[in-house]
Design a protein. Sequence first.
Length: 289
Amino acid sequence: MLKQDMLQLKMTATRVRMGIIEATHAAKSGHPGGSLSAADALTYLYFKEMQIDPENPQDPNRDRFVLSKGHAAPGLYSALAERGFFPVEDLRTLRHCGSYLEGHPNMNTVPGVDMSTGSLGQGVSAACGMALAARAQGKDINVYTIMGDGEIEEGECWEAFMFASHYKLDNLCIMVDVNGLQIDGATSAIMNSEPLDQKMDAFGFNTIVCNGNSFNDLEQAFVLFDRSHGSGKPTCMLLHTTKGMGVSFMENAVGWHGKGPNDEEYQRAMAELQAAHDQLEKEYEQWLK
């Protein structure tokens, strides 16, 4: 990846994180931690990987994305807004009465949302169905989904994994946001799912382990996904991330799984993110000279 492209993606991801903080602060609720950890993957998907058009969000030939961990809606909404599906200013209406930006994604109200999600495990199942339908129709459509590492404690997820392997859905890319924390604490203490790489291999997946907060790693992972087409193997990316990534006092702090920042925390978070964005912008301008 050219340095120019890398810096642009990093700046975009920082703005996505700022949108997450704006939304959850305005709502006085929501799920910033897991939204921040997935911000880089969402940025790469919507600005580099997926074939989509904000001017035609219902294009029947578009790639599909399902946020299986639907509580991370602030991250998805912020990425969609940055990509131009709806105004960034609307993020401040998250969870407000009368707002189309509900606490979990609603495909009937939000432009760019391909599946309503929230009940953990159901999103990945829907993504499997979408991938099978695309193949049955002979369409060159990829289907992507992001899951939580707490979410995979649901048995339905493993049924979906068996389905994907059985039907050889090599147009399906499942991403697990392995940030190590869920609402009640560390995933390793609550319901240890490791070794995930060996389990996904055993389920017949093309398994890729990478740093989900590194655009270099994400680029290489998606290259491997593209190369897997025709293999008959679905892809699973195990994205090792930091929960709360980008906001120092939220990083690796389980308490930020499901609450919005107060006014003081909002100011601290936005100051950190703005400083990071300013530094990236400065690097970008120097690179252009």
